[in-house]
Design a protein around this ligand. Structure first.
Ligand SMILES: *Cc1c(COP(=O)(O)O)cnc(C)c1O
Length: 389
């Protein structure tokens, strides 16, 4: 079945006793057993829960994977994957990742003896050069956050596969509507469900999808052992949100492309990062790998009449009326944020500058409002922020 159909139906059947078309929310933490160990597949909700199983089956189907696992946050999913490693192991990670992914590797796992190299995968040979005999995991996001670089998943998988090093792709920005990493050779797909999958900015959640049975067993053990599981109520909310995933991503992508083109021609914009623009350095990979180019844009604003870029950025984010100045992304409402001051404040300044996360960089998550209203809001914010009032 096509993704549009899976988004509405995967893992879900009308309830056999009542006919309810939406899955039941099973809040019970424990399940009655006929005798010790004699149960109907559930004994305790950290280990397994019917509403969670439904969500896991749905997300696995969307990614074209055999097994899905869901978590209480995207970072809960990340924590769980990283516990596959042992002291002395080495990870190669993309250099332009979610700030929290950088932080957990740098501040939580490095002190436990897990070595990390951060690498720009734009040229896949850099991955080859970064591999060590003790490399046990390769981690990437594409498009990256916040500069929206696009990496060639199939080319990178062609390097990790022969060496049997699991390749993790964080597919939060693209969603399975745009690309399915497992089909391109990735071993583990990760989602911050908080973003597009739920899509309504009212749940924090995470997910993992894999095909390999052994990897699934290891992760399933860790899901229960570490305990970063989602609530059944949140699982229901996400199932509800996913039903319109394809519609939301299609609309956001169309509007983002239109806004990116407009921004690129705006006199107060120095640079636009958007994979759908021919000026994007990885445009040809994006054309090949991505069905749509997504709802995320970042751009560099010019300084205002006071020649102060940071002050202009601050004024711009205060001037928008329809866009909410907020972290996060992937919801129905459009959001705007300043990575250096907000989402990527935990990345050291030297590294931020090397990545182009500078004072003028602004990131936009395009929602499903009418694109003309969004453009008008940005236009008035450019005007209002040009001068100091
Ligand atoms: C938000 C995000 C995460 C972390 O997910 P949480 O649900 O906030 O824990 C990981 N990766 C990417 C790309 C994200 O945007």
């Amino acid at each position: 079945m096509k993704l549009d159909t899976l988004a509405v139906h995967a893992g879900q059947h009308p309830d056999p006793t009542t006919g309810a078309v939406m899955p039941n929310i099973v809040l019970s933490s424990t399940f009655a057993q006929d005798g010790p160990g004699e149960h109907k597949g559930y004994d305790y909700s950290r280990s397994g829960n019917p509403t969670r199983n439904t969500l896991e089956a749905c997300i696995a189907a969307l990614e074209g994977g055999a097994h899905g696992l869901s978590f209480g946050s995207g970072l809960g999913a990340t924590t769980t994957i990283l516990h596959l490693l042992r002291p002395g192991d080495h990870v190669v990670c993309g250099d332009d990742v979610y700030g929290g992914t950088f932080r957990i590797l740098d501040k939580c796992f490095k002190p436990l003896g897990i070595d990390v190299s951060f690498v720009d995968f734009s040229d896949p040979s850099r991955l080859e050069a970064a591999l060590q005999p003790n490399t046990k995991l390769v981690w990437l996001e594409t498009p990256t956050n916040p500069t929206l670089k696009v990496f060639d998943i199939a080319a990178l998988a062609a390097i990790t596969r022969p060496k049997s090093i699991p390749l993790v792709v964080d597919n939060t920005f693209a969603t399975p509507v745009i690309q399915r990493p497992l089909a391109l050779g990735a071993d583990i797909v990760l989602h911050s469900v908080t973003k597009y999958l739920n899509g309504h900015s009212d749940v924090v959640g995470g997910a993992i999808v894999v095909n390999d049975d052994g990897l699934h067993q290891g992760l399933r053990f860790l899901q229960n052992a570490l305990g970063a599981v989602p609530s059944p109520f949140d699982c229901f909310m996400v199932l509800r949100g996913i039903k319109t995933l394809h519609l939301r991503v299609e609309r956001a992508s169309a509007s983002a492309l239109s806004l990116a083109q407009w921004l690129e021609s705006h006199p107060d914009v120095r640079r636009v990062h958007y994979p759908g623009l021919p000026s994007h350095p990885n445009h040809s990979v994006a054309q090949r790998q991505m069905a749509l180019t997504g709802g995320m844009i970042s751009f560099v604003i010019s300084p205002g009449k006071d020649h102060d870029t940071l002050a202009r950025s601050r004024r711009f984010l205060k001037a928008v009326k329809l866009f909410a100045c907020a972290e996060s992304l992937g919801g129905v409402e459009s959001l705007i944020e300043h990575p250096a001051l907000m989402t990527h404040a935990s990345v050291p300044a030297a590294q931020r500058n090397a990545l182009g996360i500078d004072d003028g960089l602004i990131r936009v998550s395009v929602g499903v409002e009418h694109v003309e209203d969004l453009r008008a809001d940005l236009a008035q914010a450019f005007e209002l922020s040009a001068t100091v009032r």
